[in-house]
Design a protein around this ligand. Structure first.
Ligand code: ZN
Length: 102
């Protein structure tokens, strides 16, 4: 059995059978293809974010390398505060897990 898919083009209204693109105006009409493209676009977006993070390290990291020593100190203070907050967060998570388990 052959499954025929009739998809109406959203931009010109022409019915297309078993086509990914409209025969009349070339608009993408395949739902699967649209999903695929969305996934690809999402991955590219994520990749951009990662690249941005690598190229733009956080404020503390940048300040730590600042030529002015005062800014470097601020960077280290921020960095320490960040580490401390992470440690406290981990400790709280551990504590909650212990309480939940007990
Ligand atoms: Zn069309």
């Amino acid at each position: 059995m052959v499954i025929t898919k009739n998809i109406k083009c959203p931009s010109c209204g022409v019915f297309n059978t078993n086509r990914d693109y409209c025969k009349d105006c070339d608009t993408l009409i395949s739902f699967e293809k649209k999903q695929e493209q969305k996934v690809v676009a999402y991955k590219e977006e994520e990749l951009k974010k990662v690249k941005y993070d690598i190229e733009n390290p956080n404020l503390a990291e940048r300040l730590k390398k600042h030529p002015v020593w005062l800014f470097r100190i601020v960077g280290w203070v921020l960095y320490s505060a960040y580490l401390l907050i992470s440690a406290i967060g981990a400790l709280i998570a551990w504590f909650v897990a212990m309480v939940a388990a007990g």
